[in-house]
Design a protein. Sequence first.
Lengths: 114, 113
Amino acid sequence: GAGVSQSPSNKVTEKGKDVELRCDPISGHTALYWYRQSLGQGLEFLIYFQGNSAPDKSGLPSDRFSAERTGGSVSTLTIQRTQQEDSAVYLCASSFQGASGELFFGEGSRLTVL
Amino acid sequence: QKEVEQDPGPLSVPEGAIVSLNCTYSNSAFQYFMWYRQYSRKGPELLMYTYSSGNKEDGRFTAQVDKSSKYISLFIRDSQPSDSATYLCAFLDGSSNTGKLIFGQGTTLQVKP
């Protein structure tokens, strides 16, 4: 497709379970970002990829959060042992090479932890 | 002190009104200033982008930057119901080589017909 694709669009899980969220960026975009949007909290930066490397993972809130990117394309954000405070919309964005400030966002994965 | 402050609203105006949305920031390294628009249950999309103090106009939208006061604004003229969305200010550090944006909290705008 032409845009950033994220799956699943909605995920309901029980506290303590692991979840995986997937992002398929725009073809040719080497920069990929994960953000988290909680109710009334704005967008919180999580991690930045350039190609398959993550030179900035400063926003990951705990070691329960990890992400990888393979083939310079698809990225997966994994949350282990989910907690209720992890409930949020997880947004993925891509950019051509990065550093420009113009990010193209997917529609997000809405995570609810019961 | 937060790096970026943005009044979350909500802001409700009648159709045709002039809307003013504002953000203040504290980081002097911010050199690029953006406004993103986010419709309900969608991802944000870039609306305006500027890097200098002053005004930039695009149709009904005007972005204003005052670096000396660390204050940016977005003005919407002749507002339409289709402008109802959340507006997020965003900032990029001038020395950044990552393109990582710092976002405001977002202001929710409703334009009533």
